[in-house]
Design a protein around this ligand. Structure first.
Ligand code: TAP
Length: 484
């Protein structure tokens, strides 16, 4: 049984152990320790105690420890990828890539931490030095969702540590086993710098969010929980960083390569069974190419291989839990009741009674007010909507409370120019959805979140700013009160 990691020690949880489930086979992988509120408080206490020493460790030594995490990720790549596949259901191929990408992220922030401490600006006084000093915040709570338990942990923990903070990590309840295994990446850090505990979001998560000694909450998850966290963080004016839900549009213009756009839509809609925050969930297609696009997308979708992530031929893997699948199915059924048409999918695959699979689904005949075009689906469903042209596509793409990602397929630079300026999304792709870059920011607008992960921006989130005015020559100033 995997245990909690608090103050450099592996300890059993106070609460009854939980079972870790493989979504492809529905089998129990193992039991895992489950933390109590008392243990959440103990983890914060350990992180608080470790902070003064950790912040003073020279940047080059911190960088070495972060590079060591990258080395451990690469050394254990195959094993970690396999564990991710077991508990998240995703393909081995993608998971190998995520482990390598996570290693790159630690390498990147190791170096950024060594090279950045603020700036010096000219002072209005000749004898003074003006420093913009960047300092760590203190204890950071990193709260992680189940869809990318490694990557989304790394996006928070690597910059937080590089900036000189200590962390308490709270993984999602659907992926506790693989997450507790990440302890092996951090065993070379001083005790208390990294703490990792599984437990209930409503109890352990909430304890971290409301703890007065936690100075920042770095959260990825649903908009609903993000809003709740934001309200709770207000009392102590904690720093918050929220990566939330999305309803990403993909726009296909009449001048685009239709086959390529169809392949991209299928990829970005059904990767990880649509359980990606930046999954394409609305496709707006120029009416001139709509019939050809629809035919191609449907043909490609019908050819997809549904199966477990451990099988190298699988393309569409299971959803995480039957409850999540049920929510998606209800949304699809509701849209059909409201007049939508299913071109393919819309059901549990008849040949897959075991495992939480859902057929990749293409929907048409949709009205703007339908829930399926308004609320996040987080499953393998691709609604396709014809539009009169680029203007309507842009207008409807922005008609959403979310603003996480968006993709445009076109060969017209004028359309790209307008789109990149006016689309309401933090991640803006042209002719290639879902590409990321550790060195550039990732995040959302509107109800998709606040703040950015990755890149220089993602590092700054974990730093506070001081403006230091340092009079070097000394002596009284003519504008002070003239006494004495
Ligand atoms: P949530 O239910 O919001 O859970 C996310 C994390 O928050 C989990 O660790 C959860 O713990 C914890 N939590 C729940 N209630 C809490 C509370 N009151 N206080 C503190 N923590 C609490 O999301 P999810 O179902 O795991 O993930 C799916 C959602 O995440 C989708 O909406 C998706 O769009 C979004 N997401 C966004 C992104 C980006 S980058 N924007 C990336 C991935 C996913 P438990 O698991 O124990 O409940």
């Amino acid at each position: 049984m995997r245990r909690l990691w608090i103050d450099g020690n592996q300890i059993p949880g106070d609460e009854k152990p939980r079972k870790a489930i493989n979504p492809a086979s529905e089998q129990v992988i193992d039991e895992v320790s489950w933390a109590s509120v008392r243990q959440a408080n103990a983890a914060v206490e350990a992180a608080k105690k470790a902070f003064p020493k950790w912040r003073r460790i020279p940047a080059n030594e911190k960088a070495e420890m972060l590079h060591e995490v990258a080395r451990r990720l690469r050394q254990n790549l195959e094993e970690i990828a396999e564990e991710l596949t077991l508990e998240t259901g995703q393909t081995m191929k993608k998971n190998r890539g995520y482990v390598e990408w996570s290693a790159q992220c630690f390498d990147y922030f190791a170096e950024l931490g060594r090279h950045y401490r603020g700036r010096v600006i000219p002072s209005p006084e000749g004898s003074q030095l003006s420093l913009v000093l960047k300092v760590p915040l203190g204890v950071v709570a990193a709260i992680i969702p189940w869809n990318y338990p490694l990557l989304l942990m790394v996006w928070k923990v690597a910059p937080a540590l590089a900036a000189g903070n200590t962390v308490v990590i709270k993984p999602a309840s659907y992926t506790p086993w693989v997450s507790l295994g990440f302890t092996r990446l951090f065993e070379h850090f001083p005790p208390g710098v990294v703490n990792l505990l599984t437990g209930s979001g409503a109890r352990v998560g909430e304890t971290l969010v409301t703890h007065p000694d936690v100075r920042m909450i770095a959260f990825t998850g649903s908009t609903e929980v993000g809003q709740h966290i934001m309200r709770q963080a207000a009392d102590d004016m904690k720093h918050i960083h929220l990566e939330l839900g999305g309803k990403d549009p993909l726009i296909v213009c009449e001048d685009a390569d239709i086959n390529c756009a169809a392949q991209a839509a299928v990829w970005a809609g059904f990767l990880n069974a649509g359980q990606v925050c930046t999954s394409v969930e609305r496709v707006f297609v120029d009416h001139q190419v709509y019939p050809a696009f629809l035919e191609k997308v449907t043909e490609l979708t019908k050819q997809l291989v549904i199966g477990p992530g451990i099988d190298p031929t699988s393309q569409v893997t299971p959803m995480i839990r039957p409850e999540e699948r049920e929510k998606v199915d209800l949304q699809v059924k509701q849209s059909v009741d409201d007049g939508a048409e299913i071109l393919t999918g819309g059901r549990v695959p008849p040949d897959k009674p075991t495992g939480f699979y859902y057929e990749p689904t293409i929907l048409t005949g949709l009205a703007q007010e339908m829930e399926i075009l308004q609320e996040e689906t987080f499953g393998p469903v691709l609604p396709i909507i014809p539009v009169s042209g680029f203007d309507e596509a842009m207008q409807r793409a922005n008609q959403s409370k979310y603003g996480l990602g968006a993709t445009l397929f076109t060969n017209d630079a004028r359309k790209v120019q307008r789109y990149m300026e006016e689309i309401e999304a933090g991640n803006v792709w042209v002719n290639d959805p879902l590409i990321d870059n550790v060195a550039g920011p990732f995040g959302g607008m509107k109800r998709s979140g606040i703040g950015r992960e990755l890149g220089q921006e993602g590092f700054e989130e974990f730093l506070d700013t001081k403006h230091v005015h340092w009079e070097i020559e000394g002596g009284s100033k003519p504008w002070w009160f003239s006494s004495g």
